[in-house]
Design a protein around this ligand. Structure first.
Ligand SMILES: Cc1cc2nc3c(=O)[nH]c(=O)nc-3n(C[C@H](O)[C@H](O)[C@H](O)COP(=O)(O)OP(=O)(O)OC[C@H]3O[C@@H](n4cnc5c(N)ncnc54)[C@H](O)[C@@H]3O)c2cc1C
Length: 449
């Protein structure tokens, strides 16, 4: 049964649906609710949160997906504070690389050491290129996100070849590859220079985590906004170029039609493509061009700390495990092993393979960090077939085409990771912006009542 918002209905309130209960959809729904609309969130899974990836490690609730929140994540922090959960604790950006047997640490709290280490990771030309992009990001927040004027220019000039051709081989291996594997699950030859600003901006932030995790935020959300779980949206209903509703199927049952005045599709590009396919086949085809890459996350709880305060994550490039990191700054006895990038696309995820791979990485941590040998207490495997968006070349042109097509359906708006970037902040921004546009189209209830 959907939970109801307690707010009384106004005559002019419009009934709107937000499809997808990840951060993009949750932010859109909250904004529409605040603007006085009658919002229903429709989610195919049985929980809210999408790629926050709520799960359990033993008895302990954990997040297997996105959980690091930058200090620059203003929209997401607005979202959590509106829902009464504004308590964050510092995590930092800490990713170390091994070069010539030495651990080089990149840490947002130690900027000059980090810069020195980056300088050692490639040629002067590459460092200058990277520094020029960083200066643009620092000068203008919009350059943190896809679609900015500066990075659209980079895209037009350089997207004829992948990112691996933009920087030299040493910088690509040492710095660029761990960044794009971490943020896009992709190799440098699978992403394009025009989207690199989203990666670099992540290195230039300082990270926190929600003290109580995302669950209290989701609980507060569900008290406020109507939510339909276990309900998959199959298609749009339109008449005379405007939205009239959605075709949905609850818990795998018969499809039914629901009436809405407006819809935000806050789903990944491939899922959005399926929903719009019969009403807008050209839009569906274009959305199908967006790349996604898989990832497997293994969380292990140990009987003692594995990482130190100084080194809390290690990026690796010579095996399937691309990154091993502590779960929290003070939770260094829980390690998150991420398998992504070409070698990390695990097809066999059976217990024996996971055990063998985990043992191999544990041995490396002992060797490189002098980490103590620790006993496993609990283990959790989460596989994401489409974990991260890897975008596409000439993203600005793609966005312009998508916008034009969506403008042909009054009352339809899109949000999601393929629009401004994969970060939680970029997703939240698209949700908030889509809600604002839809509200403008529908008219604000308080003003028209
Ligand atoms: C392992 C991992 C770690 C990450 N770490 C970080 C991090 O630390 N910091 C950071 O900023 N970002 C991180 N990210 C990225 C970030 O978490 C994601 O990009 C973001 O959460 C995506 O949110 P979304 O709402 O766009 O999509 P989703 O969270 O995927 O939400 C979309 C929802 O739509 C639902 N849906 C799909 N199709 C339908 C349909 N037809 N009908 C109804 N519902 C449907 C899905 O079930 C899903 O719940 C990480 C991602 C992963 C996978």
């Amino acid at each position: 049964m959907p939970s109801r918002s307690s707010r009384s209905s106004l005559r002019t309130r419009r009934r709107v649906a937000v499809v997808g209960a990840g951060v993009s959809g949750l932010t859109a729904a909250l904004r529409l609710d605040l603007l006085g609309h009658d919002v229903e969130v429709i989610e195919a899974a049985d929980t809210l949160g999408g790629r926050f990836g709520l799960d359990k490690l033993g008895d302990r609730p954990v997040m297997t997906g996105g959980k690091n929140i930058g200090r620059q994540y203003h929209t997401f922090r607005w979202f959590t504070s509106e829902l009464g959960s504004a308590a964050y604790e510092s995590f930092g950006y800490n990713a170390s690389r091994i070069k010539d047997g030495e651990v080089l640490t990149l840490d947002s709290e130690r900027r000059s050491q980090t810069l020195k280490n980056i300088r050692r990771m490639g040629s002067t030309r590459d460092f200058a290129r990277m520094a020029a992009m960083a200066a643009r990001i620092r000068a203008d927040r919009r350059n943190r996100f896809l679609g900015s004027r500066y990075f659209s220019g980079v895209s037009r000039k350089h997207d004829h070849a992948p990112l691996s051709a933009f920087f030299g081989p040493e910088m690509t291996d040492m710095l660029v590859r761990p960044m794009v594997i971490r943020n896009n699950g992709a190799e440098p030859d699978e992403v394009y220079p025009g989207t690199f600003g989203t990666n670099l901006s992540m290195l230039m932030d300082h990270y926190d985590q929600l003290t109580g995790g995302i669950q209290p935020v989701l609980d507060a959300f569900a008290k406020r906004v109507t939510v339909r779980l276990n309900t998959a949206v199959e298609g749009l209903r339109t008449r005379d170029g405007r939205i009239t509703g959605l075709r949905v199927a609850e818990a795998g049952g018969e499809a039914e039609d629901l009436d809405y005045d407006g819809v935000v599709l806050a789903t990944p590009a491939y899922a959005t493509a399926e929903i719009v396919r019969s009403a807008r086949p050209r839009l569906a085809r274009r959305l199908g061009d967006v790349n996604y890459f898989p990832s497997t996350v293994v969380l292990v709880e140990y009987d003692r700390d594995v990482f130190t305060h100084e080194v809390r994550a290690l990026a690796m490039d010579d095996g399937p495990c691309s990154n091993a990191g502590s779960y929290g700054q003070e939770e260094r006895h829980i390690v998150r092993y991420t398998y992504s990038g070409r070698e990390g696309r695990l097809t066999d995820r059976g217990p024996e393979t996971i055990d063998r791979l985990t043992t191999e990485t544990e041995e490396r941590l002992v060797r490189h960090l002098g980490a103590p040998r620790a006993e496993r207490v609990a283990l959790l495997v989460k596989h994401w077939p489409a974990a991260y968006c890897g975008y596409l070349p000439y993203h600005a042109e793609f966005l312009a085409e998508v916008r034009e097509d969506v403008a042909g359906v009054a009352g339809l708006e899109l949000a999601g990771d393929y629009i401004q970037g994969v970060s939680i902040e970029a997703c939240a921004r698209t949700g908030r912006a889509a809600a604002g546009r839809l509200a403008t189209h529908l008219g604000t209830p308080e003003l028209t009542a």
